[in-house]
Design a protein around this ligand. Structure first.
Ligand SMILES: [Zn+2]
Length: 72
């Protein structure tokens, strides 16, 4: 019963680039919210990237909506 608690690896989505990544992974610098690459971006820049990702996702959702409207 004295087993060391192992962290549960989950698939997470990076807040900055939108990519899926496994967290936590041994030897990986990734955090709960950022993948290994984005963790290296200075926080001030990362905030801008995060804001842009939100806009890109909003635009993608809008595009998808337009596409579905076209089909009907
Ligand atoms: Zn990322």
């Amino acid at each position: 019963m004295a087993t060391k608690p192992q962290p549960i690896t989950r698939t997470r989505t990076c807040r900055a680039c939108g990519q899926s990544f496994e967290y936590p992974l041994a030897g990986s610098a990734a955090t709960r919210h950022h993948c290994e690459q984005c963790v290296e971006i200075p926080a001030a820049y990362r905030r801008v990237v995060e804001r842009l990702l939100i806009r890109v996702e909003a635009l993608e959702a809008k595009l998808k909506r337009i596409e579905t409207e076209k089909q009907s």
